[in-house]
Design a protein around this ligand. Sequence first.
Ligand code: GLA
Length: 360
Amino acid sequence: MTARDPVSACAPGRVELLGNHTDYNEGVVLGAAINRFTRVSGKRHPRVIRIGSTSFGQVQINRTALRPVSETRWANYVLGVADELRELKVPVGGFSAEITGDLPIGAGLSSSAALEVATALFLLKLFPFDLSRLEIAKACQRAEHRYLGVKSGLLDQVISLFSRAQQAVLFDSRTEEIRAVSVPCSLALIISESGVRRELANGEYNVRQSETQAAARAFGVRALRDLKSAQIDRRADIPALLRHRARHVVEENERVRRAVELLEAGDAREFGKLMNASHESSRRNFENSTPELDLLVSMAQRLPGVLGSRLTGAGFGGATVTLCERSVAEKAAKQLAADYTTQTGIKAPVFVCEIADGAR
Ligand code: GLA
């Protein structure tokens, strides 16, 4: 390859199967990459950084003037990653890049992380440098913190980088252990977008982060990871809101651990029940669901062959994930889309996805 050759990299979106808002509380999470991708392609440029996207247009800055841009926030994912790689001594110079792909944007399927990860792999090919996948994930996360002001955990980047076809990824955000857990071939995942856009930076996500940190302080633990659900009941003196937030995170951690045992034992039915319980806890304790997500979940739970359903990712809009017997998944997805449109008038995509390999 010469310096002028075009290169390209592609990264998948993800679903969070269980472990809602646990990652920034040093907890555990179970997720999987989906077969919808963001691709970044392009080549070196002597003077500028030029980024084009069919959905958003074009941005160009001088290659020596890396900084967040306020008018075209979407470009900050790319610029932030370029900046973070430079901090790690990657010799990122000028380049022109085109963003394409079939991963829905802003639907709660982690289009942000997919763009960051695809950008990182693209730049590391263009300006060759050796970084481990975990270092790449963390650089992408820092880019999101610094350039977008969203204090997201590491879940999305880890799943996008480490996933394997037909396997879920267990990520322990304290020990940084990453483990593959097989998902039986007889099961399928249905993704349903609620059609309500989610803008993490709009605040609710960061608010939940402060609340869970306040809860950890109130319970006297380093992080909610260190709390057990039985301890919550004994502390009626702590404000109800903090107890509810803590309960969600603590029980999500417990559900993830149980879910791994269940998946390893091939017990999909019980696994599905944990997904239902997770959604219920989002609704009541964490208050990160919406009427549209609740509707999708309750409609899905009534369909034949469905084992469990919940919101996936940050919440406050976005999408749901439903575990279904593969033999009836297409039928269930069609039914769910039709029922949702009838009830709300919203035409939002519902599709059966495969668990895909990570970014490459
Ligand atoms: C978003 C964040 C993740 C994680 C989830 C909630 O997807 O980017 O880091 O916190 O929300 O579990």
